[in-house]
Design a binder for this molecule. Sequence first.
Ligand SMILES: Cc1cc2nc3c(=O)[nH]c(=O)nc-3n(C[C@H](O)[C@H](O)[C@H](O)COP(=O)(O)O)c2cc1C
Length: 372
Amino acid sequence: MTAQTNHLFAPLQLRALSLPNRIAVSSMCEYSSTDGFADDWHFVHLGSRAIGGAGLVMTEATAVSPEGRISPGDLGLWKNEHIAQLARITAFLHRHGSFAGIQLAHAGRKASMPLAWLEQTAVPLEDGGWQPVAPSAIPYGDGYAAPLALDRAGMDKIVADFIAAAHRAITAGFDIAEVHAAHGYLLHQFLSPLSNQRTDEYGGSFENRVRFPLEVIRAVRAAWPQHLPVFVRISATDWVEGGWNLDESVAFAKLLKNSAVDLIDVSTGGLHPAQKIPVGPGYQVPHAETIRREANIPTGAVGMITRPVQADQIIREGQADLVLLAREFLRDPYWPLHAAVELKQEISWPVQYARSAAGRVPARQPVTTPSA
Ligand SMILES: Cc1cc2nc3c(=O)[nH]c(=O)nc-3n(C[C@H](O)[C@H](O)[C@H](O)COP(=O)(O)O)c2cc1C
């Protein structure tokens, strides 16, 4: 844990990286890629949040293989040609004072769906869809394709895909890799007994269900530079009776800590259509707090964190080390600048905008990825 004074605008040291503040842009699929490529939408969307002062800007779920995409519009990093556009984005983020995080993802049985704003029925193979894979051949729900249960060769390929994508992300200039093991996507499907009904050493007991996610996460950790952090996003509970729960999340977080993971990004849900989520301001913060306390590992809190005082309190009271905002950043890309005014906190502005903050703030400095 950090010995720094805890508040929203205090730096956060993770390995050699010092995030300038505790505010991160949470991963948000934009459904705006063709063949996995980032384009000007991603450049402007992510870049404007760096101008807005986020210490960390996470990409959306970035597919490690074409069949790991949720939809045909997902961002991807399964070929070297994807690197250049992402490198342009990370360079811009760095120039404007933000570190860059990539969320590496595989959708598993929730793959081959249309763009989010279209009717949610699986895209058939003849219309360009693809065959989803999963721990067990159990579909997510109505409208979703039946997945094929993965065999060992399929699992080996997925581990290799995560490693290759991590290497490409390093080349593209990312500072942080986050493995997506939440929201009912492939790795979460292995964790939860509701979606994992395997009878081999990857299903059944807790030790068996965490085995494949740990293989992937440890492989990404080994591929990622030693001096840079790795995050894992989990769903701390399925919010369904008999599903993955907070106790298992704490036990998993302890294993992740022992696997040299630096921060658990704590979300919930997404695994089962029967979930009942008590949505409200900061509704997932207690999960981040419990995991932080019980597993003694830094956490990120996410979910309906919208007000500066609320976010500051989460950090001050030690409920989490980082706050991640998603929809609030869509409403206000400059949220950190506005939060600083409200909290009477000095924060640097981009030099280009300094006249609008005249006399109040220092000009922004670029950040550089620390070397080993
Ligand atoms: C448009 C949109 C796309 C999202 N895509 C992702 C994603 O790619 N990966 C992920 O882990 N979460 C994703 N989420 C979930 C958010 O990261 C976040 O956990 C959730 O929206 C709750 O935070 P909020 O209340 O601040 O919006 C998405 C949310 C939205 C609104």
